[in-house]
Design a protein around this ligand. Structure first.
Ligand code: MEV
Length: 450
């Protein structure tokens, strides 16, 4: 189908945008129009708030907002808010929480919380002269010139931690960086970091042009390429862990020693085998992202960082590790993660505010720990199923519910189906066949007609 480009879309009214979209891409369907409008909130102010989070907002996109209770984290009980569409993630988290509550719970530790940014620039000239000039002339001015930006952050206990010039010319001709380290306390700090970096670039340019040490060719060669924070924060790390005596890990008819052996092997496979590691880490991110989204943080940044970290030794590997020593099983996750509990959506989105309230209004460090626990719990639950019953048992139960929802099954029918599939394999075909049988029809089409 051919479409015509639209001019000034962002300036159209919401109604105008919807009309254009429906006519251009949805055959003018009244049904499509109603679907978009059906998700508007009756509270006009609340709707305006959501519209303004982003550009060209036409409707609201719902995600399930669930809670996983009974998380004992550093001796405090928590109920984890989780925004996630994948069936079984919240149930798996709750199950893992329940398992560990009687085994000492989860422990967390923020190992470091340095955030990073870089000014990428090109300079064709004397490297040693540049290095000397950076240390003697520029460095102190970078701090002075950013005082207006850093004042509030310093009052909160953060600010710029360290600045250095990095010579990258071995990898790309004439390429240098100002590599900057920051403590952004309880904010994610993206705006703060980027504002500092842009000021660093201006200061560098101004000082180099004012200096007598460089030739005019050298001065002209300076080109700022870009100033941007790095989402790779290997120095912003939290550890979440669980541990218990091996004998406390009996699993149904699997002995504790057998369970530990199987579990440990599964983790080792994810440590050495990238194909498995990607799926293993995806399971961790099921728990991480769900809490990150619920608490108004940037899950794309969190994902980018986690996977970069998982590859830090040149081969993609597991983010979790396991150890069995002196009869004690220890399972942990080292997660690099930059989070905020102030700024951004945290003070704007009513459900984010509620989620943070449920978590006891944590600071950024505490939230790092809680999120990491969500990831570790998820990984524990997935591996526990994978090495014992298999993952499909739990998944298919949720799958069954989704199919029954699509079929608009009644409460009595749902109960019948849960019972019916207790000892049978759930498949789309089998559910439909049984559904048609109990409704006395030959096909789903017949059902729809009726
Ligand atoms: C599914 O979303 C996540 C799992 O595949 C994770 C894993 O295999 O470890 C179950």
């Amino acid at each position: 189908m051919n479409h015509t480009p639209v001019e000034g879309f962002s300036k159209m009214s919401k109604e105008g945008k919807i009309e254009w979209l429906v006519n251009e891409y949805l055959d003018g369907s009244e049904n499509a129009l109603q679907t978009l409008k059906q998700y508007w909130n009756d509270d006009v102010e609340l709707q305006r708030l959501h519209d303004e989070f982003s550009e060209n907002t036409l409707s609201n996109f719902y995600m399930p907002f669930g809670f996983a209770p009974n998380f004992l984290i550093d001796d405090e009980l928590h109920c984890l808010p989780m925004a996630i569409e994948e069936s079984s993630v919240v149930a798996a988290a709750s199950k893992a929480a329940k398992f560990w509550i009687s085994r000492g719970g989860f422990k967390t530790q923020v190992i470091s919380k340095t955030k990073l940014g870089q000014v990428h620039f090109m300079f064709k000239g004397d490297k040693e002269k540049l290095e000397h000039f950076f240390i003697e002339t520029v460095l102190a001015k970078l701090f002075i010139d950013t005082e207006a930006i850093t004042k509030n952050m310093q009052a909160r206990g953060g600010g710029i931690l360290n600045l250095k010039l990095v010579d990258k010319t071995a990898e790309m001709d004439h390429y240098f960086q100002i590599h900057a380290e920051f403590d952004t306390v309880d904010s994610m700090g993206a705006n703060f970091i980027n504002s500092c970096l842009e000021q660093f670039a201006q200061t560098l340019k101004r000082e180099l042009f004012a200096s007598d040490s460089f030739t005019s060719e050298e001065k002209e060669s300076l080109q700022i390429v870009m100033c941007i924070l790095s989402n790779y924060t290997p120095e912003c790390i939290v550890r979440a862990e669980v541990s218990c005596p091996v004998e406390d890990l009996e699993e149904g008819n699997v002995t504790s020693a057998e369970f530990v052996e199987k579990f440990t092997r599964a983790v080792r496979i994810a440590e050495i085998e990238p194909y498995r590691a990607a799926t293993h880490n995806k399971g961790i991110m099921n728990g991480v992202d769900a809490v990150v989204i619920a608490t108004g943080n940037d899950f794309r940044a969190v994902e980018a960082c986690a996977h970069a970290y998982a590859s830090r030794n040149g081969k993609y590997s597991s983010l979790t590790h396991v150890e069995v020593k002196d009869g004690v099983f220890r399972f942990w996750l080292d997660l690099p993660i930059a989070l905020g509990t102030v700024g951004g959506l945290t003070s704007l989105h009513p459900l984010v505010k509620l989620a943070l309230q449920v978590l006891g209004c944590p600071n950024a460090e505490k939230l790092m720990g809680i999120v990491a626990v969500g990831g570790l719990a998820q990984n524990f639950a997935a591996l526990r199923s994978l090495v014992t019953t298999g993952i499909q048992q739990g998944h298919m139960k949720m799958h069954l519910m989704n199919i029954l929802n699509q079929l608009e099954a009644t409460e009595a029918e749902r109960n019948y189906f849960v019972n019916f599939f207790k000892d049978k394999t759930v498949s789309h075909h089998a559910v439909i066949a049984e559904f048609c049988k109990i409704r006395g029809v030959k096909s789903v089409e017949e059902l729809k007609k009726g």
